[in-house]
Design a protein around this ligand. Structure first.
Ligand code: DGY
Length: 326
């Protein structure tokens, strides 16, 4: 008998599916026991053997070797993430394995964190907090800790205006920011209602924005989308925010741009060589660095887990998945 393998404990929300899997589908659920770290490659290869479904996280590499280790009965890989760059889609398609993701349920959480990073970088929130904790004497000064006036018509450039980008645009509009954007929804009526001006290309957007925020998927084409050339064409004194995927940005080039003062700051929730953090960025006051927590709202994480499980159950029951990766 096959099983469903979940690569990390995801809490009570998952337990609700256990009876359905057992009683209706006669499939047991096995869960990697350690919430703190993913299975090693060897553990993964062993644990997926005979699985009919794999519920994976962004930290799990699902490639041809792993799919073959699972075996021919594998029907679905349900990723608990909207991004699926950890999965080799071609290898899955060649083996008739359905891949699903979790779009829609994390838009608001990621957009909230994007705004948090915009405010933290432009208004030097983390830098100020770190300074206060040094215990150094200080007194209010008119020229101290000055940053960008976000609400006074700063221009936000959104690269990849999809669901999450729109949720960011709504917030930015409420803050009084101007918005320019590339992406599939940049010409939509609801984007126009927020004052979004479509940019013909990333090249057009970069020099026009005070803050650039990345919301496009990671693909071979978008890897290092923000390289030395792109950074050089950004406005002097502008800011880069990344809550998408780390490899969208060439971090050495970003460190150079911050070092030279060409960029005023960067807010990164995701990192090029995650979980490694670029040591130059780690040493910079102008970089705000977070541990990939864009979707880390309690209700959001539960909704992601639930959607992934429902996708797996649908495929195992012979139904259409709710959110297949096309
Ligand atoms: C996603 O959903 O792609 C996030 O990066 C994981 O939280």
């Amino acid at each position: 008998m096959g099983h469903v393998f979940l690569t990390r404990p995801l809490g009570d929300v998952v337990e609700q599916f256990r009876p359905q899997l057992a009683e209706e589908l006669n499939i047991p659920l096995r869960i990697h026991p350690d919430p703190g770290s993913p299975p090693t490659r060897e553990e993964m290869l062993e644990a997926v053997r005979g699985a009919e479904a794999i519920i994976s996280l962004v930290t799990d590499r699902i490639d041809a070797e792993l799919l073959d280790a699972a075996g021919e009965q594998l029907k679905v890989v349900a990723n608990v993430a909207v991004g699926y760059d950890n999965i080799d889609l071609d290898a899955a398609a060649q083996r008739n394995v359905t891949v699903t993701n979790t779009p829609g349920v994390l838009d608001e959480a990621v957009a909230d964190l994007t705004l948090a990073l915009i405010l933290a970088t432009t208004r030097r929130v983390v830098e100020g907090d770190r300074f206060i904790r040094t215990g150094e004497p200080w007194i209010w000064g008119p020229k101290d800790w000055v940053g960008l006036d976000v609400s006074a018509g700063a221009t936000l450039g959104i690269i990849g205006l999809g669901r999450i980008g729109m949720a960011v645009a709504k917030r930015a509009h409420a803050f009084g920011m101007r918005i320019i954007a590339t992406g599939r929804r940049a010409h939509d009526d609801d984007a126009r209602a927020l004052g979004v001006v479509p940019a013909a290309s990333v090249d057009e957007l970069l020099p026009a924005a005070d803050i650039v925020s990345l919301h496009c998927p990671l693909t071979p084409e978008t890897t290092h989308l923000i390289d030395a050339g792109a950074l050089g064409s950004m406005k002097p004194g502008s800011y880069l925010i990344n809550t998408g995927r780390g490899p969208l940005v060439d971090e050495e080039a970003l460190a150079d741009a911050l070092d030279s003062g060409h960029l005023a700051g960067a807010g990164l929730d995701v990192h090029e060589f995650e979980p490694e953090i670029n040591p130059r960025l780690r040493a910079m006051e102008s970089a705000v660095l977070l541990p990939h927590i864009g979707s880390a709202g309690d209700a959001t994480r539960n909704a992601m887990a639930s959607l992934a499980l429902r996708n797996a159950v649908a495929v195992l029951s012979g139904d259409e998945p709710l959110t297949p990766v096309s």
